[in-house]
Ligand binder design. Sequence first.
Ligand code: AMP
Length: 215
Amino acid sequence: MRLILLGPPGSGKGTQAKLLCGRQGLAHISTGDILREARQQGTPAGKKAEAFMNAGQLVPDEVVNDIIADRFRRDDRPAKFVLDGYPRTLPQAAALDAVLRQQFLDLTAVVSLTVDDQDLVDRVAWRRVCPKCQRPYHEKNNPPQHPGLCDDDGAKLVQRADDNEETVRKRLQVYHAQTAELVPHYRRPGLLREVPGTGDIEAIYQKILAALGVK
Ligand code: AMP
């Protein structure tokens, strides 16, 4: 399976990508995670990305396109994967099409998670994440067993710098202005599967499997 997960910030892309990877044996490629790590390590890509990320804007296409091209040209390139948070613009989609063609890899499907904007703002404002394993929590709907600590490794949960209400609204605007254009791009070749991203995590996962025709 070779999938793209599309969806606005807070739609559950990261959570569902992790489930798909763990249970279906796919590689998880998240440009957000890669950029956050690069920012933390102070690499050239991380330094270029930082101001855009903090402002809730998209990092320039060439920065993320280089990251993805690099990932697919390495010897350990994945044959089965979930792309989470990439592509986000039409030029990124064109760059990805070219990289996959070059590697003789076809996409299986593009899963688009749909959620209302107001729900998204609420979800993201309550989102906390483990800085060690990236596991996400929601303080009200999906809290950890011990307040503020990751169930898996006990690390102290943090709030992402771009998860405040103002930045989330900006990220949603960016999503509607740029990323939503990808829906027709992938609908045309018949790759798009729209799945409502509401309900509990397992129920959404099952809807994704059903949309992919996986038992
Ligand atoms: P995410 O974790 O996917 O919500 O991404 C967090 C932030 O990283 C975004 O708000 C952007 O600033 C940046 N980012 C991640 N992926 C991309 C991408 N494909 N294109 C541009 N910017 C990105």
